[in-house]
Design a protein around this ligand. Structure first.
Ligand SMILES: Nc1ncnc2c1ncn2[C@@H]1O[C@H](COP(=O)(O)OP(=O)(O)O)[C@@H](O)[C@H]1O
Ligand SMILES: [Mg+2]
Length: 217
């Protein structure tokens, strides 16, 4: 479902070039869930940004849902991302001027695959029913996180990329949200690549890989 081959990424920094990885390979099967672990600063978020097409790789190829990501121009890539990828990063980027219902539907509408029944299922399962008319600033952190999860799933993506999706929540709230998230991912049949620092959470997924010195082990 997702194959990355020979990925290289170097950032230019005031201290000179910083090589995050060179020749990194990764495969994610259909419906598979994979935990991505590793020390802070090892490049986990960078890898997700590359896979999402939000950062440009220096070299390598990324095949996602049958499409070579690096062959698309910016516009095509944005379109492709909306249609096939669900993204849950720590910065939730909910749209402040849209209420919960519209935040959920927005991306699916643009992608042209808005499914009202699926949206209602998500609202119900994520227990957002009483909150649909509220705006992001009127929600708790856990509630905002559930909206971000609903939004990612609303497009029925082939692949979900999640970067410590419950990292900013207290443990109990985080556990509740994570359980819902993993159930919905499983039911939707999407593949999941999730950054986590928690061995316990990693243990809930099918497989785990650790990024160390620019290599996945
Ligand atoms: N836009 C950027 N410009 C320069 N360096 C960056 C940039 N983004 C991240 N880095 C550096 O790249 C390395 C990997 O960062 P990151 O992918 O965020 O790590 P992780 O998510 O594993 O904590 C870090 O050393 C970080 O400081
Ligand atoms: Mg990170």
């Amino acid at each position: 479902m997702l194959t990355a081959t020979g990925l290289c990424k170097t950032y230019n920094t005031p201290q000179g070039p910083l090589q995050v990885f060179s020749n990194l390979n990764l495969t994610l099967l259909q419906g598979e869930s994979l935990a991505l672990m590793g020390e802070s600063g090892c490049g986990k978020s960078t890898l997700l940004q590359l896979l999402a097409g939000l950062e440009q790789a220096d070299a390598g190829s990324i095949q996602l849902a049958g499409q070579q990501l690096l062959q698309l121009n910016d516009h095509q890539r944005a379109l492709f991302r909306r249609q096939h990828l669900g993204i849950v990063f720590q910065q939730l980027n909910l749209i402040p001027s849209l209420n919960v219902k519209d935040n959920l539907a927005f991306q699916a509408r643009i992608a042209g695959n808005h499914d009202l029944t699926w949206q209602q299922t998500l609202i119900q399962r994520l227990e957002l029913g009483r909150l649909t008319d509220r705006y992001p600033h009127q929600l708790s952190g856990g509630q905002q996180q559930r909206v971000a999860i609903g939004r990612a799933l609303a497009v029925k993506p082939a692949v979900i990329l999640a970067d410590e999706p419950t990292g900013s929540l207290d443990e109990r709230t985080g556990d509740v949200v994570m359980t819902l998230f993993l159930e919905l991912v499983r039911d939707s049949g999407a593949s999941l690549l999730m950054v986590t620092h928690s061995n316990r959470l990693a243990g809930l997924l099918d497989r785990r890989l650790t990024l160390h010195n620019g290599q996945l082990q």
